[in-house]
Design a binder for this molecule. Structure first.
Ligand code: ATP
Ligand code: MG
Length: 412
């Protein structure tokens, strides 16, 4: 079914907010087997909104509009859609009672303007909004479907999942099943080369690679007609790819790198601490975004200056003077010093030059050392990253998580 998503809101046009609604809807609709052919964005203006709807009706069979369902004067999506398709608006007393109750519960009088949120186009399906005031609308007319959803992303997503998916079920001829395999440490073209035989063998399966900050995701997808059980064949393809790419793969179930590390530490009942220099706390920060991390995470120190490396991590003054703060020797002493506190099983350190200044001929911007020490092992790896400061910091923290992952996965 040909589909268009129309996002309504002047704030989108002037660049005030990012259009996250269309990203969400596109992902979901594609999965459900709808051909999303167009995204349109239009401001809160009746004339341009009307033109956009008319043009869209000439191109597609399913239109989803988000935004402009609120109580204020600039919210006019419902009014314009109804007028464009020749439907009058009627008061839905149930919706009005529900909106009235929201205000009664808060003990404040309902503004007059909210009454218009209870107006619905005649012979439409009303999608009740359990978490906000504006209801959604589903209209089917002349073999075209028009769906209106509120703009606030939380409400829009909730209503799409709860009401729109069941209403759209069976409207598309197929669904899309997909599996995402996440890799790190291998380039896109060399990855594609390594799995080319698998790609060539499965002609009914689509293989797409996406590069994100030094990670490459492989999306394996295929159309499902009826009730075919595709999941198993996708899992088999996933296992074949895993055989070829081995350690480069960190997730086959869409877990993030830090989540994989968290799970590994948790399963092995190990505690970790970080000493960060050029990543400025990013590793600890990414870790602490995950609830329950205290099970495995003990300490995160940002030891930026030479003095703090010496004072908090017991890095030898001679090491710092002889090899410099960005060196194998310093990285190792940072990790060893942290481990010597005796509180954790694994200590990891990062030291490097994030740039854009501070690089030299022998130690260029992007040079990063990552050291991982336990009571049994202690090693250090050198990396040479490219990019601006932010990119180098992100790549360094990814590499750090990856070091821990590979170490733990290969731990006997
Ligand atoms: P409300 O009752 O809040 O007025 P509404 O249905 O009228 O809801 P809008 O006025 O268009 O929706 O937007 C409400 C909020 O949702 C705004 O904060 C807006 O920034 C956000 N929003 C709207 N459209 C989008 C979008 N496409 N992507 C992300 N955020 C959006
Ligand atoms: Mg609004």
């Amino acid at each position: 079914m040909k589909t268009e998503i129309i996002s309504v809101g002047t704030e989108l046009l002037i660049g005030d907010i990012i259009n996250s609604n269309s990203k969400f809807l596109s992902e979901k609709l594609t999965e459900l087997g709808f051909d999303v052919l167009f995204h349109s964005t239009v401001g809160d203006r009746a004339d341009t909104l009307r033109d956009t709807i008319l043009y869209s009706l000439s191109k597609v069979d399913l239109i989803i509009l988000t935004g402009g369902l609120g109580p204020t004067a600039d919210d006019l999506t419902k009014e314009v859609v109804s007028a464009t398709i020749g439907k009058s608006l009627i008061l839905d007393t149930q919706i009005l009672a529900r909106i009235q109750k929201i205000f009664d519960d808060k003990n404040i009088p309902m503004p007059e303007s909210n009454i218009k949120q209870a107006l619905v186009p005649e012979s439409s399906v009303v999608l009740d909004n359990d978490i906000g005031t504006a209801p959604g609308i589903f209209v089917e007319e002349n073999n075209k479907i028009i769906i209106l959803l509120p703009g606030p992303p939380k409400e829009m997503r909730y209503m799409f999942n709860k009401y729109v998916i069941p209403l759209l079920n069976n409207k598309s001829k197929y669904k899309i099943a997909s599996k995402v395999i996440k890799t790190i440490g291998i380039g896109e073209s060399s990855l594609e080369y390594q799995i080319k035989d698998i790609i060539n063998k499965h002609t009914n399966v689509n293989f797409a690679t996406y590069v994100k900050d030094g990670q490459v995701d492989i999306r394996v997808s295929t159309k499902i007609h009826g009730h075919e059980n595709i999941k198993k064949s996708l899992d088999i393809i996933g296992a074949q790819i895993q055989d070829l790419l081995g350690d480069y793969i960190f997730s086959t179930n869409s877990d993030s790198l830090e989540m994989v590390v968290f799970n590994l530490l948790n399963n092995k009942k190990l505690k970790i601490a970080f000493a960060e220099s050029c990543t400025g706390g990013q590793i600890s920060s990414r870790f602490t975004k995950m609830p329950g991390i205290s099970q495995v995470f003990d300490t995160g120190l940002i030891t930026y200056s030479n003095d703090s490396k010496r004072d908090y991590l017991h890095v030898n003054e001679i090491t710092l003077n002889k090899y410099g703060a960005v060196s194998q020797e310093t990285a190792k002493e940072m990790a060893k010093g942290l481990l010597s506190e005796g509180k954790v099983d694994i200590a990891l350190s990062v030291t490097g030059i994030a740039g854009p200044t501070g690089g030299t001929q022998y130690k260029p911007v992007g040079l990063v050392y990552i050291s991982l020490c336990t009571t049994k092992d202690c090693f250090c790896k050198e990396y040479n990253f490219n990019g601006d400061r932010e990119t180098i910091q992100k790549q360094a923290s990814d590499a750090a998580f990856n070091e821990i992952r590979v170490y733990l996965e290969n731990l006997k």
